[in-house]
Unconditional design. Structure first.
Lengths: 242, 215
């Protein structure tokens, strides 16, 4: 029970990686994107995700967004945002971004003590910007490439590098150290997942309208976004003209 | 002498006013790229906040606003060429025209969907230092939503004749044109340029998905 979440993460990632390799060996049709050598496998996983997410997760999350008070949703978002800030501090250090580390540490302290354990994001109101660093980005800053793109059911778009980052994050999650009561912790993980999924609802309707093929659109957007985060929002190197 | 003064002054005033008006129009057309982005964004935002028909989600009115206020400042030909990539050069002029038309429709339909949703946003504009002879510029803006993370929106712009026009929008590091390149490539590979035109047309003919949920 104790490592339920981590086990799930690990299992999903290992199974995905293993089967993706198998998929790669068997199918090599069409001109797959060079970022997505396991495309046939990923597309199958994407289809699984569409069913599970569309039939079960999305309706539940939509109900949460529609029927629970906005102020509670905001509080929950802020609470998990505060935990993310702790992860940011660790990664700021790993990337040796000391200014950012101080900044994010300040956010965590202000929000934890004066923002009722992170429920109120006082730091943002005071104009202290969120760091938004994670382990996948740290690997990127260290020079590790994205590796093959992976679509993981329930979790969504990822890559070998970022997926590894997620596993590390599961181990490093502050929640697993703060909350020792297992059922309570599992409920918190669940709420955190619902919150994260709710955040994605809006951009999703944009993709529905914009994309000819959602799979391809999401893949390119994900890879662009992650590269941008690793660069810390600095302009992209000149686009090669093909 | 005295008598002639009046008409002369009047004539001078009229001429000066005319010159000023001309000057103002010219200055308007030659807005620096950052000033242009700011003027157009504020203009559109103002409409989104105050126009009752836009607020009721009246699609025809939103389309009208996009066509008259926004679209003239985009270089759709360049956007389409960049998104189509290599196959652009092999496409016939008619195919190119159709691609531009369909892509423009797709973009404005997508944008109109996002239009109402973002009315309570605030935009900050980053100052741009630009060489007077420059013909390319990236204008940086940031959208601050209450309670949310700031989203960086950059406009890649180029000077076309006398005017600056945008040819790409980069939202939070995701370039619209780059994002479509994979999609368009895929369509061209499976069905040629005509296949791409057909998919775009089918997408544009489909009913618009329900409006997004507000969180």
């Amino acid at each position: 029970m104790r490592y339920e979440m981590i086990r799930t993460f690990t299992r999903v990632a290992l199974v995905a990686a293993g089967l993706a390799l198998a998929g790669c060996a068997s199918v090599q049709t069409g001109a797959a994107s060079k970022d997505d050598p396991f495309e046939p496998w990923n597309r199958a996983m994407y289809d699984v995700h569409q069913v599970v997410d569309g039939k079960m997760i999305k309706p539940a999350v939509q109900a949460y967004v529609d029927y629970s008070p906005k102020i509670i949703q905001r509080g929950i978002s802020n609470f998990f945002g505060n935990l993310d800030d702790v992860v940011s501090v660790i990664n700021d250090w790993l990337q040796w971004k000391l200014d950012k580390a101080g900044n994010d540490m300040g956010r965590v302290m202000i929000n934890s003590f004066f923002g009722l354990g992170g429920i109120i994001d006082i730091a943002s109101d005071a104009g202290i910007e969120k760091g938004n660093e994670d382990f996948g980005q740290t690997f990127g800053v260290w020079g590790i490439p994205q590796g093959p793109y992976l679509f993981i059911p329930v979790l969504g778009p990822s890559s070998v590098r970022d997926g590894t980052g997620l596993i590390v994050r599961a181990y490093a999650s502050p929640l697993s150290y703060i909350v020792t009561d297992v059922p309570v912790r599992n409920i918190l993980y669940g709420v955190g997942f619902v919150d994260a999924r709710a955040q994605a609802l809006q951009s999703e309707s944009f993709v529905d309208q914009a994309a000819l093929d959602r799979y391809t659109f999401i893949r390119r957007a994900y890879l662009q976004r992650r590269a941008y985060l690793v660069r810390d929002g600095k302009p992209a190197p000149a686009d090669e003209d093909d | 002498m005295h008598r002639n003064d009046r008409p002369a002054t009047a004539r001078w005033l009229a001429a000066a006013t005319f010159a000023l008006m001309l000057g103002a129009t010219a200055a308007h057309a030659q807005d620096a790229p950052d000033a242009l982005v700011k003027r157009v964004s504020e203009d559109v935002l103002q409409i989104a906040k105050t126009d009752p028909r836009v607020q009721q989600g009246d699609r025809a009115r939103i389309k009208e606003v996009i066509d008259t206020k926004l679209a003239p400042h985009f270089d759709f030909e360049r956007m389409t060429a960049l998104a189509v990539g290599r196959s652009w050069r092999t496409a016939t002029p008619e195919q190119q025209q159709q691609l531009i038309e369909q892509f423009k429709t797709l973009l404005s339909r997508t944008y109109s969907n996002a239009f109402v949703q973002y009315r309570d946003q605030q935009i900050t504009y980053k100052p741009l230092r630009l060489d007077p002879s420059a013909t390319e510029a990236t204008v940086r803006t940031e959208i601050v939503r209450p309670g949310g993370n700031a989203v960086q929106i950059d406009y890649s712009m180029a000077k076309k004749g006398n005017e600056w026009k945008a040819y790409d929008v980069i939202v939070g590091g995701v370039s619209l044109v780059t994002n479509y390149r994979d999609e368009f490539n895929q369509q061209v590979q499976s069905g040629g340029v005509d296949g791409l035109i057909k998919s775009l047309a089918a997408k544009n003919a489909a009913p618009t998905p329900p409006p997004p949920v507000l969180k």
